[in-house]
Design a protein around this ligand. Structure first.
Ligand SMILES: [Zn+2]
Length: 258
């Protein structure tokens, strides 16, 4: 596991996040291959729970329609995102963040302060070819554990009916997803190409972008882009490849000078 180095983990506020939604309720004429019009929609789905964890804390937070009431749950999510510098999730760019933004605008809230996103589904898709990109599969292949097993769709029906036992299972399931997502974040750290540079928060420009480890890093040689060359290093803590800041060869600049 390639964790973020000591103090750096506290200087940047990293929030791992996962939401659970309730399904749309609609009238349908059949069971297979349905095209449901808006007129058939009885009640649109919504976010009904979320779990979240700050990187430097052990505790995992959980809020839901059941424990907090919908409005307070939405506000709790907004406050956490508003405080976060980096948000880590699995498919959150397309799913969690957009669902939450809809809840925010419906509640009359303004956008939370800007944060960077690290979507581990995008990392899994772009870097590897696992047989499935489901969180459960990727995490269990890497020996990080799996998702909490549950009673399938019945769990959602029971939760919507306000069943306290079902909600306890939903909470366990949701918390475990956050635990898995953060473990995967630590495991995949050197593979995350566009991680926001941790040095921006620690004030250490030579820090490893991925984990905050300060130099000297291990020198691995020259790397040439299409037009320039740079020194390259490898982080001694997490193995992230780090590009030197000085352009060592710039043919375009040389041509202008000639
Ligand atoms: Zn590193």
């Amino acid at each position: 596991m390639y964790e973020i180095i000591g103090k750096a983990a506290r200087q940047v506020k990293i929030l791992t996040f996962d939401i659970e939604t309730r399904p749309n309720l609609a009238y349908t004429w059949g069971l297979w291959d349905q095209n449901i019009s808006l007129a058939q929609l009885v009640e649109p789905g919504s976010v009904f729970a979320f779990a979240a964890k700050w990187y430097d804390e052990r505790k995992i937070r959980f809020h839901s329609d059941h424990t907090d009431g919908h409005a307070a749950m939405v506000l709790a999510a907004w406050q956490l995102l508003d405080e976060a510098d980096i948000v880590v999730h699995y498919n959150g760019k397309n799913f969690d963040v957009k669902h939450l933004n809809r809840e925010f605008v419906l509640a009359g809230l303004t956008p939370p302060s800007p944060y960077k996103q690290v979507d581990l589904l995008q990392v899994a898709r772009s870097q590897f070819r696992f047989q499935s990109n489901k969180l459960d599969h990727v995490a269990s292949q890497l020996g990080l554990g799996g998702k909490t097993s549950h009673t399938g769709f019945q769990l959602w029906i029971d939760c919507m009916a306000g069943d306290a036992k079902a909600w306890r299972l939903m909470e366990r399931y949701n918390r475990q997803d956050v635990r898995l997502t953060e473990a995967l974040y630590d495991r995949l750290r050197p593979w995350i190409r566009s991680h926001p540079h941790i040095g921006m928060w620690t004030g250490k420009p030579d820090a490893c972008p991925g984990c905050g480890q300060v130099g000297p890093h291990e020198y691995t040689g020259l790397y040439r882009t299409l037009h320039q060359a740079y020194d390259w290093y490898k982080c001694r803590n997490c193995g992230t490849a780090i590009r030197g800041t000085t352009k060592l060869h710039d043919p375009i600049k040389n041509r202008q000078a000639a």
